[in-house]
Design a binder for this molecule. Structure first.
Ligand code: PLP
Length: 219
């Protein structure tokens, strides 16, 4: 199977209102271009430097999503072009994104990363902290960011019951936050191994890497 076939197979199973982010981290430009030539325009990377380099070398009608953990001192490198930052988990980070977006006269869309997994290693804020943030005055002062939804990563496990519980929790959290901020419209959840389950649980955006590009080599 090649990248184009993989991509078309996955797209044929997605409901129309679910957005596919092709997660291309560690993959060479030639692989990304194969997906691009098959019509894919949204790519997700988890390292800012790598995303910056790929953005420079690739067509400019691509939407770049930062899906990884974001270090505040690196926001400036992507502020000019990034179209969605999935992993926002603190007000401090949001403030920095706002500051860098302002320099480019942009409004950067962000998702609040909610901790849904039991594993301590996973990042994210609690549902309560997210609600507090959305209601705070400090938040309403930030004119160069827009929170458009939530993102979550389930526990790395074969226990699909547990994954389902975590996805449902994220969907529930989204609904509660939407009561506070009606502009929210995105639930980013689901990866290669669990995106179908994620969609059943209400996902509107899936982040799929290895099922499109093959397994990754970390050197
Ligand atoms: C790598 C990554 C993915 C994609 O994982 P696959 O299992 O290869 O589909 C999705 N989301 C995040 C946050 C990732 O870092």
């Amino acid at each position: 199977m090649n990248i184009q076939d993989n991509l078309n197979n996955i797209k044929s199973t997605l409901p129309e209102d679910v957005t596919l982010v092709a997660v291309s981290k560690t993959k060479p430009i030639s692989d990304l271009m194969e997906a691009y030539n098959a019509g894919q325009r949204i790519f997700g990377e988890n390292k800012i430097q790598e995303m910056v380099e790929k953005h420079e070398d690739m067509p400019k009608d691509i939407e770049w999503h930062m899906i990884g953990h974001v270090q505040r001192n690196k926001v400036k490198y992507m502020a000019e072009f990034v179209s969605l930052i999935h992993g926002v988990e603190s007000f401090k980070l949001l403030k920095e994104i706002n500051k860098q977006a302002k320099k480019h006269n942009r409004i950067i869309n962000c998702l609040l990363q909610i901790k849904i997994a039991e594993e301590d290693s996973k990042f994210g804020m609690s549902a309560t902290d997210a609600a507090t943030l959305l209601q705070s005055d400090e938040f309403s002062d930030l004119k160069h960011i827009k929170i458009t939804g939530v993102m979550g990563m389930a526990t790395f496990t074969d226990d699909m019951k547990q994954v389902e519980t975590e996805f449902k929790f994220l969907k529930h959290t989204f609904s509660e936050l939407k009561n506070i901020n009606t502009e929210l419209n995105t639930i980013s959840m689901g990866m290669s191994g669990d995106y179908k389950l994620a969609i059943e649980c209400g996902s509107t955006m899936v982040r799929v890497g290895s099922s499109i590009f093959g397994s990754r080599n970390y050197k």
